[in-house]
Design a protein around this ligand. Structure first.
Ligand code: AG3
Length: 283
């Protein structure tokens, strides 16, 4: 009875979360990062990149509901979507539930992530074989938005790793400016914004948010419960040229779609944008 554990450190040497490993499914050094897939009895299959948990079968529904549905509730007329990162497929899966969306371009830098998830995490990756509107490209998202035509997308979802590592460029003013240009007039940018509880995390959030605020007239932050990310509560940024996530939300229209979601609903939408004082202070 071997006792093998995966630990993610939240503070350098005194706080960590550990998941017992029942099975090591995959370990690979890709050209971009170290990719590991494990199985834990409670959380199911989970994927780790460079030592940080990215996605688990048990709690991915929270993250993937929240990266997609709040924006769709604010602008139900979104037709063209760009996903940057998101190699597990969970973000694309949620986007694909909207019949009104015409095109989903997805730019993932690391093909190995997609291949491993296809093999071990069908609950997120099955979208790759089932969704004809999805155009998956293996490329650098930074370069992609630089070259994309102005106004090409109504929604950009940045489903990235943390600001250190291959995702670094996705937390820069240059990138946010490119997103601004590539978005249509009612365009929305949602991006991975880190946690806010531990010192390092809140610093990153503060920096990222200051850069977005410089670029977009509307820049907000919203949170959601994430048992396997540091502190159990995580944030996305909502940035837009014209639409306010609270004032412009359309609960009737969204509810009329009849989508079944396990985390998101239009009441929770309002709560998610209501922030604790220690977060408000740094924004
Ligand atoms: N994207 C990464 C979320 C941040 C993880 N960070 C961490 N554990 N320190 C998740 C990908 C889901 N599609």
């Amino acid at each position: 009875n071997s006792d093998l554990w995966f630990s993610e450190y939240y503070m350098d040497d005194d706080v960590k979360l550990s998941l017992k490993i029942d099975e090591v499914l995959h370990v690979e050094q890709t050209p971009f990062q170290k990719l590991e897939m494990f199985r834990n009895e409670t959380f199911g299959v989970f994927m780790v990149l460079d030592g940080y948990t990215q996605v688990t079968e048990k709690d991915e529904f929270v993250y993937h509901d929240m990266i997609c549905h709040p924006a769709m509730c604010v602008n139900p007329n979104i037709k063209n979507v760009l996903i940057i990162g998101g190699g597990d497929g969970g973000t694309a899966r949620e986007v694909a539930r909207y019949k009104s969306i015409e095109k989903i371009d997805m730019v993932e830098i690391d093909e190995a992530v997609v291949r491993a998830c296809e093999k071990f995490m069908p609950s997120t990756s099955s979208v790759y074989s089932s969704e004809p509107r999805l155009n998956l490209m293996f490329d650098d998202g930074l370069k992609f938005v630089k070259e994309a035509p102005a106004g090409a997308y109504d929604l950009i979802l940045v489903d990235s790793t943390d600001p250190a590592g291959p995702g670094e460029g996705l937390f820069t003013v240059g990138f946010y400016q490119d997103c601004f240009r590539v978005l249509s007039d009612n365009g929305i940018l949602i991006n991975q914004h880190e946690g806010a509880f531990y010192d390092g995390d809140i610093e990153e959030m503060k920096k990222a948010h200051a850069k977005i605020k410089k670029t977009f007239p509307i820049a907000k932050v919203f949170g959601f419960n994430t048992p396997t990310y540091a502190s159990g509560y995580w944030y996305f940024g909502f940035a837009s040229k014209a639409l306010d996530p609270m004032k412009d939300m359309k609960p009737e229209a969204w509810n009329a779609l009849g989508l079944e979601t396990r985390y998101y609903n239009t009441d929770l939408h309002k709560g998610a944008f209501s922030l604790p004082n220690y977060v408000k202070e740094i924004l």
